[in-house]
Design a protein around this ligand. Structure first.
Ligand SMILES: [Mg+2]
Length: 475
């Protein structure tokens, strides 16, 4: 009997990361990494799990919005929804009343992301494939049909997308075999949070080099002198062959994978991230003053909606050899379309939760491939690393066909709360998710939800006050 969607459950899950300084940057100084989590249930035992990410207060508001969106699915036949995921996305996005509180931005849009991701998770589980495999096995026609296409035909038409996907079709199996063997390239951010001491930054950087990573990101923007000091500490470690793991030879900084990235003598690359703190002229001056530490790019130099501002910054920094990256707060595919059209970015940083789920991500992957811009997804937070490895695999195997210059963000926090946590191999690359039952890899342990649900989970009721007091006492 065909399954119908019968209901949904949401959970406001918050982790007390503000106690450790994990996740601190120039804009976000006090984050409790949170998940607005949803489970869709059906008339059979098929379920779909999804979430979107926030950093604490307001997570309850997102959960309320998720209920409004998920409610539109109750009573629907799942096979009818799966047969045309693009039309399903349009249906969820175009509610005549809910649309007013967006449209396609803010709380209602990230709520749609959680629901769309849950539906994709259910679809993948129903086919006994991890999500990336479900999508790379689609025909070009099916993939285009699954994509949110409204408002982007001036940048890419369905016919162009089909032609691009068909051109990559014959070699998909080769790329799938290759990435299963070597893993997908990653970079670390965990070493360079602003809340960490110099000693902690140095120790974490050495550990990251030992773990096989060769791309590193540091948070900047609170204090130029301190950024320069921390940047020099990181460069002194990543550029020094003595810290490389045994048996690793330095990579050619002028090879095709690294050219234009300001790689040092060991082939290591440094990126910097300002999390939107500057006005446009300030961004240009500040970043130019960090030229000595040779960043590949500055991430989020200014307001995420300021497409022409990013274009101006990119143009001004070009003579300094520093590129521009953004996207984790680009709230829909139209913002990405304009960033690409205005030649405002060197690197396209899609976010699995800010965009409204897999269907909208597909539209950005297609546009970035057409414009020849490298996609390096944003991750970290909670659950984002679990999600984005799927998206990068789709990009490499089915869409852009390349992973040589890409790096996928990796932050080693909070993976223990997931049934199918992501993992990194000894060369600092993501392993390919392979369990037939893992869907989009976002199912959270019931015990984690029970402990960290806000405000009545056992951690918040019984442990938080003591943990906070201990932190205050230690300062
Ligand atoms: Mg960032």
């Amino acid at each position: 009997m065909a399954a119908k969607i019968t209901g949904y459950e949401t959970h406001d899950v918050r982790f007390p990361t503000s106690l450790t300084g994990d996740g601190t940057d120039a804009m976000n100084t006090d984050c409790d990494y949170s998940s607005a989590y949803v489970t869709l249930t059906t008339s059979t035992d098929l379920v779909g799990h999804g979430m979107t990410f926030t950093i604490g207060r307001g997570n309850d508001i997102v959960c309320s919005a998720i209920k409004e969106v998920a409610n539109k699915l109750v009573g629907k036949d799942v096979e009818e929804l799966f047969a045309n995921m693009g039309a399903t996305w349009d249906y969820l996005c175009s509610d005549p009343q809910l649309r007013w509180i967006g449209p396609e931005k803010g709380v209602i849009h990230i709520a749609l992301g959680a629901v769309n991701n849950a539906l994709w998770d259910m679809y993948a589980r129903s086919r006994k494939k991890p999500l990336w495999k479900l999508i790379v096995d689609m025909t070009p026609e099916e993939l285009v049909r699954s994509t949110a296409f409204r408002y982007i035909s001036d940048a890419i038409t369905k016919e162009e997308a089909l032609a691009m996907l068909k051109a990559k079709e014959a070699t998909k199996a080769e790329r799938e075999a290759r990435v299963r063997e070597v893993g997908y390239p990653a970079y670390v951010t965990s070493a360079g949070w602003l809340g960490y001491s110099d000693e902690k930054v140095a120790r974490l950087t050495k550990e990251a080099v030992q773990a096989g990573f060769n791309h590193f990101k540091m948070k900047v923007g609170a204090d130029g002198d301190s950024d320069l000091r921390r940047g020099k500490i990181i460069r002194s470690i990543i550029d020094d062959p003595q810290y490389l793991p045994a048996g690793h030879t330095p990579r050619d900084p002028n090879g095709p994978a690294l050219i234009g990235k300001n790689a040092g003598p060991t082939g290591s690359v440094l990126m910097i991230d300002a999390n939107q703190v500057w006005d446009v002229p300030q961004a240009i001056d500040y970043v130019a003053s960090l030229e000595e530490i040779k960043p590949w790019f500055i991430e989020e130099p200014t307001a995420p909606d300021d497409i022409l501002g990013h274009a101006a910054i990119r143009k001004a920094l070009k003579p300094h050899g520093i590129g521009v990256a953004t996207g984790e707060h680009a709230h829909n595919r139209m913002v990405f379309k304009q960033l690409l059209q205005a030649e405002a970015i060197d690197v396209c940083q899609i976010d699995s939760c800010r965009l409204a789920g897999v269907s909208e991500v597909l539209s950005v992957l297609l546009m970035a491939a057409k414009f020849g811009v490298t996609v390096c997804p944003h991750a970290g937070g909670v659950g984002l690393c679990e999600y984005v490895i799927h998206l990068s695999l789709i990009d490499y195997i089915a869409v852009s066909g390349s992973m040589e210059r890409n790096v996928l963000e990796f932050v080693d926090h909070l993976h223990e709360h997931f049934l199918y946590p992501c993992s990194i191999n000894k060369n600092g690359r993501y392993n390919v998710p392979g369990d037939a039952n893992e869907g989009y890899s976002i199912e959270m342990h019931k015990s984690s939800i029970a402990r960290y649900e806000w405000p009545r989970g056992s951690y918040w009721v019984q442990e938080h006050a003591a943990a906070k007091a201990a932190k205050t006492a230690s300062h």
